[in-house]
Design a protein around this ligand. Structure first.
Ligand SMILES: *Cc1c(COP(=O)(O)O)cnc(C)c1O
Length: 435
C-alpha cells in the first residue's frame, strides 16, 4: 500500500495500522483500550480542533498530552520551525539557540541554574535519576504509586507488599534486580514517607515526584506532605526531583514548584525535569538543577549522558517560539481563567444532572472524577466511577469533544480554546452526563 492511499474511515485506518504496528499505535494509551471503541486517526489540527480521517471535527482537550498550550499551528511557532528547518535539520554540534532555550527556561525557574536538553521526558527523567545516584553515590530511590516518569526500567515499578520490600516490575522485560532499589510509596501518605526514610535514609539517592500528579488524572501533593518530603530529603541528604514534564510551563510559568514555593516559604526541589510544553509539540525535554549537581555530568563529571538529537535545532526553535508566546504578560491569567471556567462548569453541570463529579485545575491543566470527593492517591482515583467515565468519554466524543481516553489522565486547555468552544463543551457535557 502506498503512503498516498487515504483510508476513509477510522476503522479502516486502525485495521491497516494493526497489521504493521502492535495494537495499531505507537504509544499504548492512544489505542482506547481503557475506554473501548476505535481510536480516531487524526489527519490535521488547527487551533483548538482536531480533524480525523472521516472529516469529523473535535475540540481537543489532549493537546498532544500537554505540549500544544498555544493550540495547534500557532503562526509564530510554525514560522520559527520552518525557518529553523531551512537552516538545517540536525548538526550534531552545538548551536546558540540551545543556550537561548536554556536561558528562557532558567529565567522562569530559579531553582534551575543549569540544564541539559534531551529528546523525551523518559530520557530526561532517566538521566536525572542517574545524575542523582551519581551525585550522591547512593543506590536507592523513592517514587510514588500513580506517578509516571516515563518508561525507564528503574521507574517502571509498582508498589511492593510492604515497606521493607522493594517494588515489583510493572512491565515484562524488567528483571527484579533492576528495580530492587526502587521503593514505591503511596502518594500523600506522610507516615509511609517517614517510615521509608527511617528504614533507608542513608541509602536514598533521591525521591522523584510529580508534584501535581497528572498521570493519575489530577492529584495534588498536599502541603503537609510536600513540606515533610522536603524536610526529610534535606535531613537525609537525598535529592528531591520534581518531574515537571507535564506541569512545567503548564500549571504556571514557574511550574508546580512555583505553586508550592508560594505556599511553603523557601521551598525548592533539587532537580527538575521538563518536557511536553518546552518542546511545543516537537521532541524535546530537559533536566536541570544547581550548578554543582549538574557539574557531575559528562564532559565535566563522571555521570555519562548523551544524545545524537539532543538540542535538535528544529525542536529547539519550536520550544523557544512557544515559550516566547506563553511568557507574554497576561497569558497564564487568561489560560487559567478559561481552564477554571471549564473545570467549574463541568462540576456545576454534573450537579445539575444529579451526577457526583469533582473537578480540579491549576493553570492550563484540569482533572475531573466521578466521585464525591477529590482523590488523594492512586487507589482513590481507581475507585472513582470508571463505567460512568467511559460512557461520558464516548458521549463527549460523539458530540465532537476529545477528552483523554482514560480516567487516569489529566486534561489540557490551550490559548486557542475560545469562549464558544467552552460553551459547546459544557453543552455537550450536559447531555453526556445523562449517558
Ligand atoms: C509524559 C511524561 C513523561 C514522559 O515523557 P515522554 O516524552 O512521553 O517520554 C514523564 N513524566 C511525566 C510526569 C509525564 O507526564
Amino acid at each position: 500500500m502506498s503512503t498516498e492511499s487515504r483510508p476513509t474511515s477510522n476503522e479502516a485506518a486502525f485495521e491497516r495500522a494493526q497489521r504493521v504496528t502492535p495494537g495499531g499505535v505507537n504509544s499504548p494509551v492512544r489505542a482506547f483500550r481503557a475506554v473501548g471503541g476505535t481510536p480516531r486517526f487524526i489527519r490535521r489540527a488547527e487551533g483548538a480542533y482536531l480533524w480525523d480521517v472521516e472529516g469529523q471535527r473535535y475540540i481537543d482537550y489532549i493537546g498532544s498530552w500537554g505540549p500544544m498550550i498555544l493550540g495547534h499551528g500557532h503562526p509564530a511557532v510554525l514560522d520559527a520551525v520552518i525557518q529553523a528547518a531551512r537552516n538545517g535539520l540536525s548538526f550534531g554540534a552545538p548551536t546558540e539557540a540551545e543556550a537561548e532555550l536554556a536561558e528562557a527556561i532558567i529565567a522562569q525557574v530559579p531553582t534551575v541554574e543549569q540544564l541539559r536538553l534531551v529528546s523525551s521526558g523518559t530520557e530526561a527523567a532517566m538521566s536525572a535519576l542517574r545524575l542523582a545516584r551519581g551525585a550522591t553515590g547512593r543506590p536507592k530511590i523513592i517514587k510514588f504509586e500513580g506517578c509516571y516518569h516515563g518508561h525507564a526500567d528503574a521507574l517502571l515499578v509498582k508498589a511492593g507488599s510492604g515497606l521493607a520490600t522493594f517494588g515489583h516490575p510493572t512491565s515484562a522485560g524488567v528483571p527484579a534486580e533492576v528495580v530492587q532499589h526502587t521503593l514505591v510509596l503511596e502518594y500523600n501518605n506522610v507516615a509511609q514517607l517517614e517510615e521509608a526514610f527511617a528504614l533507608h535514609g542513608p541509602q536514598l539517592a533521591c525521591v522523584m515526584i510529580e508534584p501535581i500528579a497528572g498521570n493519575m488524572n489530577f492529584v495534588r501533593a498536599s502541603l503537609p506532605f510536600m513540606s515533610r518530603l522536603r524536610e526529610l530529603c534535606t535531613q537525609h541528604g537525598a535529592l528531591l526531583i520534581f518531574d515537571e514534564v507535564m506541569t512545567g510551563f503548564r500549571v504556571a510559568l514557574g511550574g508546580a514548584q512555583s505553586v508550592y514555593a508560594r505556599q511553603i516559604p523557601g521551598f525548592r526541589p533539587d532537580l527538575s525535569v521538563f518536557g511536553k510544553v518546552i518542546g511545543g509539540g516537537m521532541p524535546l525535554a530537559a533536566f536541570g538543577g544547581t550548578r554543582d549537581v549538574m557539574a557531575q555530568l559528562a564532559p565535566l563529571g563522571p555521570v555519562y549522558q548523551a544524545g545524537t538529537l539532543s538540542g535538535n535545532p528544529v525542536a529547539t526553535a519550536c520550544g523557544l517560539a512557544t515559550l516566547r508566546e506563553i511568557c507574554r504578560p497576561g497569558f497564564f491569567d487568561a489560560l487559567s481563567a478559561r481552564t477554571r471556567q471549564l473545570a467549574e462548569g463541568l462540576q456545576a453541570g454534573a450537579r445539575a444532572a444529579g451526577v457526583p463529579l469533582v473537578s480540579e485545575c491549576e493553570g492550563g491543566m484540569f482533572g475531573f472524577f466521578f466521585a464525591d470527593t477529590l482523590p488523594q492517591n492512586y487507589s482513590a482515583v481507581m475507585a472513582s466511577d470508571k463505567d460512568r467515565f467511559n460512557r461520558f468519554f464516548h458521549a463527549m466524543l460523539e458530540r465532537g469533544v476529545y477528552l483523554a481516553p482514560a480516567l487516569y489522565e489529566a486534561g489540557f486547555v490551550s490559548a486557542a480554546h475560545s469562549q464558544a468552544d467552552l460553551d459547546a463543551t459544557l453543552q455537550a457535557a450536559a447531555e453526556a452526563f445523562k449517558a
